[in-house]
Design a binder for this molecule. Sequence first.
Ligand code: ATP
Ligand code: MG
Length: 257
Amino acid sequence: MIPLLPRIQALRYVTPLREGGSLPAVMEADDDGTYVVKFRGAGQGLKVLVAEVITSEIARVIGIPTPELAVITLVDALTKYERDEEVQDLLKASVGTNLASDFLPGSFGYDGSCPPPADLAAKILWLDAYSLNIDRTWANPNLIVWHGRVHAIDHGASLWFHHSWPSKAPNPAAFATRQPDLAKHVLIDVAGPVAEVNDALVAHLSDEVLTAVVDLVPEEWLEPMVLTDDPQHIRRIYVEHLIARRDAAAEWTKALP
Ligand SMILES: Nc1ncnc2c1ncn2[C@@H]1O[C@H](COP(=O)(O)OP(=O)(O)OP(=O)(O)O)[C@@H](O)[C@H]1O
Ligand SMILES: [Mg+2]
């Protein structure tokens, strides 16, 4: 039902995207596609790639346009052609699997000139509240407009609970009821009532769907945590968080417009 992420090989580094904090880049791959690549060796680490996969795929499931993702492999030989030292270091640290997002040519950053319909804006608000993503403000909209349609990108800052896992036991109940703070959200003024979309979105996210979404994350991105280093166990812990948060939707949607 949810297709696996395609596996592709990087062929050529085209250009860095300097506006991205993690120095993502445009790359060409062996499927003739062009992608925006987020690197495993960037300072933010693997967890942002995990969050990007899970939250972007949840977005897709609930009907939010978002670029197709793929897992892109970078081989050592490619890193030698890059003259810029910062880029070369990043590529060297990123040999292996990285995250690719289908490059949407001609897209532009959201500036309010082409607002999404009220129900799509409400869905995006819901997603950001669900995943506790604070990274969608005017300073950093993380929305791009392509063929007149708003697409959601950059979900690496969502699901931030996993950053405490190297030292603290996971706590799905705490994540489940955390109140979102969307006062500065870029779509707050154009979104329809979240209450009107909530039930349909919750219904899309069955336990099976959430499990399938977490299964999309490449095994080697699941880093050991205090409780376990078993990737299957770590996947279950992500799913527990996502289910608990879904089940508490009535609680955390109260504060939303
Ligand atoms: N699939 C895509 N197609 C076209 N352009 C894209 C795509 N994904 C990202 N971009 C462009 O690249 C920029 C950086 O991407 P993104 O926000 O995902 O990176 P980031 O390093 O996480 O950024 P930051 O942390 O600064 O928000 C975006 O603002 C957008 O302009
Ligand atoms: Mg961004």
